[in-house]
Design a protein around this ligand. Structure first.
Ligand code: FES
Length: 571
């Protein structure tokens, strides 16, 4: 393809005769009923991750029409194409395992098909990071359009939103505070509209990150899925993508070290999802931009928590939208941000923040001078139990448990956890630390959102709401508790987490950012020598499962595949 090729003439199928390739492609495109005039237009692809297995995207058939309208308004030809969709609760063993597959699908279809720019339609947890990763690698002008959050619902006098309230009621049910009849009733009321989870979970956090990076249009992250403004955002995203054909802005100009740092600030100010740090690391990694957990800690020390949303606070995404959304947060953080970053509309963050903020509801978005917390919502812990780091969402945890030593109660796998956690004879108290092994990225479970270990029923029934829980798994962005996640290296590759035994003492100190296994090195050496992985060898696996087992990186590296990152050339 030459740089001047546009529209259908881009990236021709190779028959060894260029003119024949053009002729053949035009004739097949014409078979879809386009006029010649239309086929001469630049093409805006629309990567549509609609799926019957993705409730969060069920409004995409209407939204895609708005995008097409916007593209047509700017003289482009909109062509929709499908990609893999990742409906969070419909995937086994866990959606994270397929994020890289979706990113490859997106990257390759954006690159292989003739389009001059692309609108990426995603929303549910892993879809937006997958699309951003793919777009970053393809480096074609791209606009991220998110699904927008669900509206809340009601149960009796209580307002409900997926999925913090899903977990809250399930915990009550486990503690026998809610009856079976009630939980069945609640089940039908938690998720009642199109859109992504109604709280600051992973989907909403990633939507806010996409806007902060500059990959989504300003003001669009928080618009509810069913609000008419969402359709207008679709139309405007189509227009912006078509404009970028004339004035290209590539993801590599938008996703930079500075915009990634801004996104980390916003993640911390939101008290956002722990998953987002993995995803942001992976997105930035596609452009060779490192995201270290040490950097996260440094930014966390100087970034206040501003957003009062569940699971950390009390409000829902629709409240965040009406309170001022991402723009209001950015304004409060302005002195901490790089203002010369670019967005897909062609403006800088500084330009954006010059504009009138409009009304802001400070009950939902606090002023920086009066933050909800003076320091960021996430911290990384390091120590001999997590040499490459672990994550704690302190804004969603019980500060009483932040400086604590406890006895380890170890579960060696998810199956072991499920079999024993509610055993009345389990030797455990509320002061113990629950430890889950073999739930990291290379384990058979593929790093599920199982880090929110259920509090053993016999303890939950005494009214205990939180315990220290440690694992190499992840946690849903909608969950809460004193939960240490993403322990790296993971147990199934022989990380120190694999060496913990029942009765060991563990000390955590959030103040000092430490997590230590209080077992002497000689004993750990003996355990290490006797350790063997429980993973099925990669050579005995097949297909994508094998590729994943061989290539997935650890949590601190973003759980991407090494070969999808830029090739490092020797200098
Ligand atoms: Fe799709 Fe929560 S299930 S965002």
């Amino acid at each position: 393809m030459s740089d001047t090729d546009q529209g259908l003439a881009r990236g021709l199928t190779n028959y060894g005769d260029r003119d024949f390739s053009v002729y053949l492609r035009n004739s097949f495109a014409a078979s879809m009923g386009y006029s010649r005039e239309m086929l001469k237009r630049p093409i805006v692809g629309i990567a549509n991750s609609f799926s019957g297995f993705n409730n969060c995207h069920r409004h995409f058939p209407e939204l895609v029409e708005a995008v097409k309208r916007g593209v047509l308004m700017e003289g482009g030809l909109p062509i929709e194409f499908p990609t893999i969709s990742l409906g969070e609760v419909f995937l086994s063993p866990t959606s994270l395992k397929f994020r890289n597959l979706m990113s490859m699908d997106t990257e390759e279809m954006v690159r292989a098909q003739p389009m001059d720019a692309v609108v990426l339609m995603g929303g549910c947890d892993k879809t937006v990071p997958a699309q951003l990763m793919g777009a970053a690698s393809a480096d074609l002008p791209a606009v991220q359009l998110v699904a927008g959050p669900m509206m809340t619902s009601r149960y009796q006098t209580e307002r409900l939103g997926a999925c913090t309230d899903c977990r809250r009621f399930w915990s009550k049910y486990r503690a026998r505070e809610v009856t079976t009849e009630q939980i069945n009733d609640i089940e039908g009321r938690l998720a009642t509209t199109a859109g992504t989870c109604a709280v600051m979970g992973t989907a909403s956090t990633m939507a806010c990150i996409a806007e902060t990076l500059g990959m989504s249009l300003p003001g669009t992250a928080a618009i509810p899925a069913v609000h008419a403004d969402r359709l207008r955002a679709g139309e405007e995203s189509g227009r912006a993508a078509a404009r970028m054909v004339r004035t290209p802005i590539r993801p590599s100009q938008v996703i930079t070290a500075k915009s990634v740092e801004n996104a980390m600030r916003v993640l911390l100010a939101l008290g956002g999802s722990t998953n987002a740090i993995i995803h942001l690391t992976a997105v930035a990694g596609r452009l060779g931009i490192p995201v270290s957990l040490e950097k996260l800690n440094a930014l966390s020390d100087t970034t206040p928590v501003l957003v009062n949303l569940k699971p950390v606070g009390t409000n829902y995404m629709e409240d965040f939208f009406f309170a001022g959304g991402v723009g209001a947060v950015l304004r409060e953080l302005k002195p901490l941000l790089h203002l010369d970053t670019l967005d897909v509309a062609g403006g800088t963050l500084g330009d954006r923040l010059e504009q009138d903020a409009g009304w802001v509801d400070h009950r939902v978005i606090a002023r920086a001078a009066e933050p909800l917390e003076p320091e960021g919502g996430l911290v990384a812990l390091f120590g001999n139990l997590a040499p490459r780091g672990a994550i704690l969402k302190r804004s969603a945890a019980d500060p009483e448990l932040f400086e604590k030593e406890g006895r380890a109660v170890v579960f060696t796998s998810l199956e072991d956890l499920a079999a024993r956690v509610d055993d009345p004879d389990l030797d455990i108290t509320a002061d113990d630390f629950m430890v889950l092994q073999n739930a990291g990225p290379k384990s058979a479970s593929g790093m599920p959102e199982a880090g929110y270990l259920p509090i053993p029923r016999k303890i939950a029934e005494t009214g205990v709401k939180d315990m220290v829980r440690i694992s190499d798994a992840r946690m849903s962005g909608t969950a809460f508790g004193t939960i240490v996640l993403h322990v790296s290296p993971e147990a199934s590759v022989g990380g120190p987490l694999a060496l913990v035994r029942n009765g060991d003492r563990i000390r955590i100190s959030v103040k000092n950012r430490r997590i230590e296994l209080l077992v002497d090195e000689a004993e750990l050496g003996c355990r290490r020598a006797a350790w063997a992985t429980t993973n099925v060898p990669a050579a005995e696996r097949r297909g994508y499962d094998r590729l994943y087992a061989e290539e997935v990186t650890q949590a601190d590296e973003g759980c991407d595949f090494g070969f999808l990152q830029p090739v490092q050339t020797e200098t």
